[in-house]
Design a protein around this ligand. Structure first.
Ligand SMILES: Nc1ncnc2c1ncn2[C@@H]1O[C@H](COP(=O)(O)OP(=O)(O)OP(=O)(O)O)[C@@H](O)[C@H]1O
Length: 265
């Protein structure tokens, strides 16, 4: 089971006594698509790093099933805004690296076939296999990073503003691709997706969580039932979604205002 239980999680970086996250409690069921919103610097990436096992909680626990998370694991794939591809390796070599980790005893030819199939599944031509990341556009690099994450097939996918640097059209395409890949899986992955964009969160999430700041805690949370998820076309016409959008913007704005006024007292 890949249910996640986060209990009384607090965190400070070792070189800094400031508390970044304070008393976070969250239960996430296997297969949920959770979007995390919050002001810059409130600790969203830090939270993902804790889920990835790249940092250890100062107090509190993160349980995956009934096991505490300790260290990185193939059960948790990570996609960052900067694509996470090694620049000195071709796109294909980057994907092969992930594949070799997942299938250490598998024949290289078979793995290459799998890598090419995966490139195709994210809409990339096989010629991309031999290209270096610097020869690819931002959208192509992000497709490779998504391919890399999905090929390992982790039950939990952690995505930190993966589409933040892309233009609107490429971003929309990749949002659709991500939803398609997520939905095609019988055993849906649990996704944690950090974004600054309320509309992106509304389009992708089953559940949206807003982090406040200094130290960060959950200040607002809402669910979007599977049948109520907006389509891209109807997103700005559905009264329920517009109401939710308003609430989210209101909560984020309230947090900004309280933070600004605290700075000047
Ligand atoms: N390695 C580190 N050591 C010390 N402090 C850090 C470290 N990494 C991040 N921080 C601090 O932790 C706080 C939260 O940073 P984090 O990157 O998690 O926020 P964020 O919400 O993801 O921000 P953004 O939306 O701008 O990416 C910030 O004050 C940041 O300066």
């Amino acid at each position: 089971m890949y249910d996640l239980r986060i209990k009384e999680l607090s965190f400070s970086y070792k070189n800094d006594s400031r508390l970044i996250l304070k008393d976070i409690n969250m239960d996430v069921k296997e297969g949920e698509f959770v979007c995390l919103l919050g002001q810059s610097g409130c600790g969203k990436s830090t939270f993902l790093r804790l889920l990835a096992g790249l940092e250890t909680s100062t107090t509190g626990t993160i349980l995956l099933g009934d096991q505490p998370i300790s260290g990185a694991s193939l059960s948790r794939g990570v996609v960052f805004q900067d694509y996470g591809l090694f620049p000195w390796m071709t796109a294909g070599e980057n994907i092969m690296l992930a594949l070799k980790q997942k299938f250490p005893n598998q024949d290289k030819k078979k793995l290459k076939g799998l890598a090419l199939d995966t490139l195709k599944s994210v809409g990339l031509d096989k010629s991309v296999y031999r290209k270096l990341p610097k020869e690819l556009s931002g959208g192509m690099k992000q497709r490779c990073a998504i391919a890399q994450a999905f090929i390992i097939d982790p039950p939990i996918l952690l995505m930190d503003e993966p589409f933040g640097a892309l233009d609107a059209v490429t971003r929309a395409r990749l949002q659709d691709l991500l939803l398609k890949l997520w939905a095609q899986d019988n055993q849906k992955k649990t996704v944690f997706f950090v974004t600054h964009d309320v509309d992106e969160a509304l389009l992708l999430a089953n559940r949206i969580i807003v982090f406040g700041q200094s130290p960060s805690n959950i200040i607002y949370e809402c669910s979007i039932l599977p049948g109520s998820r907006p389509t891209r076309e109807a997103q700005f016409q559905d009264p329920q979604i517009l109401q939710l959008r308003n609430n989210l913007i209101f909560q984020i704005n309230k947090d900004v205002v309280s933070h600004i006024s605290n700075q000047y007292v």
